[in-house]
Design a protein around this ligand. Structure first.
Ligand code: DX5
Ligand code: ZN
Length: 225
């Protein structure tokens, strides 16, 4: 079984205290920090520039990943690597030269990853699966936090896990959108092992550790290869 990892989404954090927030989720047991980079064109919102991410880098030892929901990923990815992101997640829907883009990420010493919108089929990444360390299956339409989980994505997650296994690849499956203790068992049973959670972590009245622990326990208990 791949390692279960919890990646709080900073889109739901307190934007006035981002440095404190990355430190707090690390103290609460998170495995990585998920930066939702939005350009107001590929998706409606406009969020974190590389300078903002860089400003928080000294406040956590956790790996940072940049989820680039942007039209100009090729122009921006180097800046997020320089800002301290070890993983760059790009959308094939916005990258006409995806093979080259993933190669550029690796050439700059970062881990390449791809994210699939709900309507995008797995065939979009079948010829680059060997180039990535992770595939993200979006379980909401990108652009916002706090949306409802799209359960119809479970067969897609299962088909992706079966493909990864059949090809003998060591590729994580991350799910992103509406992931919470109430939905984590379903995505784990389908074969996902990395869980992005924004509202479920940052809006929990019990603090950050309780939902992170529940997501990890629920994922481990429900995971099926
Ligand atoms: C949506 C982002 C997600 C979102 C997750 O475009 O990619 O990472 O912030 O937030 P929740 O967990 O609240 O759905
Ligand atoms: Zn995201």
């Amino acid at each position: 079984m791949p390692r279960i990892e919890i990646a709080p989404s900073m889109l739901s954090a307190d934007f006035a205290r981002l440095g404190e927030e990355v430190a707090a989720i690390e103290a609460a047991g998170a495995d990585r920090v998920h930066w939702d980079v939005m350009d107001g064109q590929f998706v409606p919102n406009l969020t974190f520039g590389p300078m903002v991410v860089a400003a928080t880098r000294p406040h956590s030892t956790l790996p940072f990943e940049a989820h680039l929901m942007v039209l100009a990923a090729d122009n921006l990815l180097g800046e997020y690597i320089a800002a301290g992101c070890e993983r760059i997640v790009v959308h094939p829907e916005a990258c006409p030269h995806l093979h080259r883009t993933l190669g550029n990420i690796a050439a700059q010493g970062a881990k390449p990853a791809v994210a699939l919108n709900p309507a995008t089929p797995l065939t979009a990444v079948e010829h680059v699966l060997h180039m990535v360390d992770m595939v993200m299956v979006m379980t909401v339409n990108p652009g916002f936090g706090g949306q409802r989980y799209i359960a119809e994505m479970e067969p897609k997650i299962r088909a992706l896990r079966d493909t990864i296994t059949a090809r003998g690849l060591a590729v994580d499956i991350e799910v992103d959108g509406g992931i919470a203790p109430a939905t984590v068992a379903q995505v784990a049973a389908a074969g996902a092992n990395v869980y992005v959670a924004g509202n479920a972590v940052f809006r929990d009245p019990r603090g950050y550790a309780a939902p992170i622990d529940e997501l990890r326990a629920g994922g481990a208990a429900g995971y099926a290869d």
